[in-house]
Design a protein around this ligand. Sequence first.
Ligand code: SF4
Length: 401
Amino acid sequence: MSVQQIAQKVLDGGRVDAAEALVLYNEAPTHLLGRLADTIRFRKHPERVVTYIIDRNVNYTNLCVARCNFCAFYRPVGSADGYVLGFDEILGKIQETIDLGGNQLLLQGGHNPDLPIAWYEDLFRAVKSRFPEFKLHALSPPEVLHISRLNQVPVPDVIARLIDAGLDSIPGGGAEILVDRVRRVLNCYSKASSDEWIDVMREAHRAGLRTTATMMYGTVDTREERIEHMMRLRALQDDTGGFTAFITWSYQPEHTEHGGHEETGIEYLRTLALSRIVLDNFENLQASWVTQGGKVGQLSLAYGANDMGSVMIEENVVRAAGASYCMDEVEIVVNVEDAGFVAKRRNMHYDILGDPIFREREVPRMTSLATARAEGDASVPEELKNYPARSRQGKRLRLAQ
Ligand code: SF4
């Protein structure tokens, strides 16, 4: 089929297959991809509302045994600049988030062998007992797998125990590209193969959780492999309907072992638009302004995105790889409205919560994103001694506590 025939099929509401998606990705002019994606966005969201959430990205530990070679965030177990946040630090971050009008933590971290499942359960319970309405969007599929393997507890039981402790939803991190060839090259196959990532999400959906899905492109992946990734997500969404949203971003290469370069803004917009076309059973697509900057983030709204993601408040992972964009609620709303949309706050299920909070009450402006910890803060949380360590370094540290 020609580009024009496939474009007409999309405009008629048809579903593209992998071969047709590849023709569009390789050959369609960027403005045509944008028009197709915008048409689908408008069908799904005719009221011209663009949503965002006020939440905080908290990375509870940077110690990780997975050692993905595209990651600039992790530190090997035993590193002097490794950290685990204390329960009090995390509770303090939640209070600050609530003060800024936020209602959720995106909580993710490294695969730390010295944090047993009880640590996560106790943390979640501590959060819910202090802030019962606050939501925990926590632990990507590879983290769930890590907890399962470390504790010898099957994945469905890990998910059930975490839900019981207060888990509200699972973020789609760690998907990278759901093709095992790519995962092997990036040294992330052993943390979760493509099938394992999909299976954790399937179990989460079965358990009643809604989750997001992501794609990080631009390392060693081909366009065919990006499309294969989208097809896997589309198939699972057909089965379960459990995904709330899809978020894609380009690989950020600075300070990583893999190195290389970052894909361009046009490649991002083309990839975003194509994902809107392929993922016809996803309601929501986020703009990744945190990797692409505010201006491309704003343009994303013409290329299929209907959500500006999160105000974020704190960010550690992307910053470690060289990107440090910051937008507070005011700036997000200005970008949304200037693009001709109505900005609304939402929760993790994409229910509208209301108008921008800064129009309802005074909230402090935010000029930079917070970090997990102040530079040089190597403090070890008191409660860690309550949990058995698995690593040699962790055991030594517990004895010294
Ligand atoms: S991407 Fe996640 S799992 Fe991989 S090294 Fe970084 S922190 Fe560890």
